[in-house]
Design a protein around this ligand. Structure first.
Ligand code: 4AD
Ligand code: MG
Length: 446
């Protein structure tokens, strides 16, 4: 009896007759031989249609198959060293029977080069391409690794709302929605609710989509992105860095263990990922500024001088983050940023309130900030003053202030953006390919 199989499992069926259902990725015409690359979502297999071994009308069909036609083939699995385009490589199917579900006409994405805007317009089809397929598979593993790590280390998944009455981050990037005549916002973060959940469960995390009306076009910013956010009771900034570090090491380990083929498809330099191990360097903002200023003083390149110029007190831009990251071959923590450039909820450093107990984790190779976190203000009066200082509507934060009234504890947490992480691990210069359907300043289609 013929087995219906997933291509990824093909190695278990050598010399057996199997059925595979999917789409034509490519076809090479050798006259009496047709090589049909068939993908089923789990892998790709070379199907060989040989005129002598098939009914005439079926071979006729096989020799007309177009890219992305949907078909079902039945045949015998063979080991074939030259079947290098198969994934897993080295197997082919000698086709005995072919059924065409739809003969596709004029598939817009051909093997020739296309511009990125064209491909983004056709994202609903582009996701079928080898490279995009590999990236999105790695993305799934990164998300699973993050969640597994949390679940295995005592964190409880507690979901946080997407429609919120108050800002969680900068008010300039809020998305307003009409909530039955009142204004509400799309969540920029789940953090504030995480802090409430932390009071109930100790160690929690949320994972979901977050929204920022970022009016800037950069390679690192999406309007809609996904974030994992842990929040931990009785946690210091140092302990928070330990958690972030262990998490990154685990993510990279999982991707390396499961995605050799996908990493090869996207031509990722694996040696860079193999270096990711504890410990990561931890430098203060003060130190980071000093290092950048030294770099500026020592460079002869006037463009670099201008790009990297920085005064104490300013936030880092992409060029600064890249230059700092290039000083290390692993992710690097930068802690104690100026309070003025960070969010309202961050704990001031004792005796030095102009800086806060914050930490950003910068990815190596110039992929920028992948995690942002901090100790939170746990004192009621300090938080109230900070809300007023930042001109936030205190009445909307009444519940958040409550958390500082009823058994407040020192606590800390961070957020890690999935897309920036995928960009780093896959070595992609732009985040638009790291998410199935990117929302960018100039794009919400498809
Ligand atoms: O540094 P951010 O803004 O921190 C927070 O949202 C905190 N409330 C998290 C927390 O402590 N629970 O964002 C955290 C991370 C960034 O390091 C980055 O990886 C990602 O989220 N991120 C973005 N990714 C893509 N597009 C954007 N517009 C992003 N903004 C932030
Ligand atoms: Mg940040």
């Amino acid at each position: 009896m013929t087995m219906l199989i997933a291509i990824k499992d093909i190695g278990n069926y050598v010399d057996q007759e199997v059925t595979v259902r999917g789409w034509v990725y490519d076809r090479t015409d050798k006259g009496r031989l047709q090589f049909i690359l068939l993908r089923d979502g789990s892998g790709i297999v070379q199907g060989v249609a040989f005129k002598k071994e098939m009914a005439e009308d079926q071979f006729e069909l096989a020799s007309k198959l177009t890219q992305e036609s949907s078909i079902i083939i039945t045949g015998t699995v063979r080991v074939a060293d030259q079947a290098k385009k198969s994934i897993p490589p080295g197997f082919e199917i000698g086709i005995k029977d072919l059924q065409v579900i739809q003969m596709t006409q004029d598939y817009p994405i051909t093997p020739k080069e296309h511009g990125v805007e064209f491909l983004m317009d056709n994202r609903h089809l582009w996701v079928r391409s080898n490279r995009q397929w590999a990236i999105l598979r790695i993305r799934a593993t990164i998300i699973k690794a993050m969640r597994d790590w949390m679940d295995n280390n005592g964190f409880l998944l507690v979901d946080t709302p997407i429609i919120t009455p108050a800002a969680g981050e900068e008010t300039t990037t809020l998305f307003n929605i009409d909530y039955f005549g009142e204004t509400a916002f799309l969540a920029q973060t789940g953090q504030l609710y995480n802090e409430a959940n932390m009071g109930a469960f100790g160690k929690v995390y949320c994972f979901g989509p977050t929204f920022r009306a970022e009016k800037s076009k950069t390679r690192r910013h999406l309007i809609e992105f996904w974030m994992i956010e842990p929040e931990i009771a009785f946690c210091s900034l140092e302990e928070l860095m330990d958690i972030e570090e262990a998490l990154q090491v685990y993510i990279v380990e999982q991707v390396l263990a499961k995605h050799r083929t996908d990493l090869e498809i996207i031509e990722r330099d694996i040696s860079k990922l193999e270096k990711i191990a504890s410990p990561f360097a931890r430098i203060s903002y003060d130190d980071a500024v000093a290092r950048l200023q030294k770099l500026v003083a020592e460079t002869d390149d006037p463009e670099q001088k201008e790009l990297l110029a920085i005064e104490w007190g300013s936030d880092f831009g992409s060029p600064h983050e890249t230059a700092l990251a290039e000083m290390f071959d692993k992710p690097v923590f930068v802690y104690h940023y100026p309070s003025a450039v960070k969010a309202f909820y961050m704990q001031p450093v004792e005796g030095r309130p102009e800086v806060c107990r914050s930490v950003d984790l910068l990815a190596p190779e110039g992929y920028g900030e992948i995690c942002g976190g901090s100790e939170r203000i746990s004192d009621y009066d300090t938080l109230l003053k900070k809300l007023e200082h930042d001109k936030l509507p205190v009445e909307n934060y009444a519940w958040y202030l409550d958390l500082r009234k009823y058994g407040t504890v020192p606590h800390a947490g961070f957020g890690q953006g999935i897309e920036r992480t995928v960009a780093w691990i896959c070595g992609l210069p732009h985040v638009r390919e790291t998410i199935p359907y990117a929302r960018l300043l100039n794009r919400k289609y498809p």
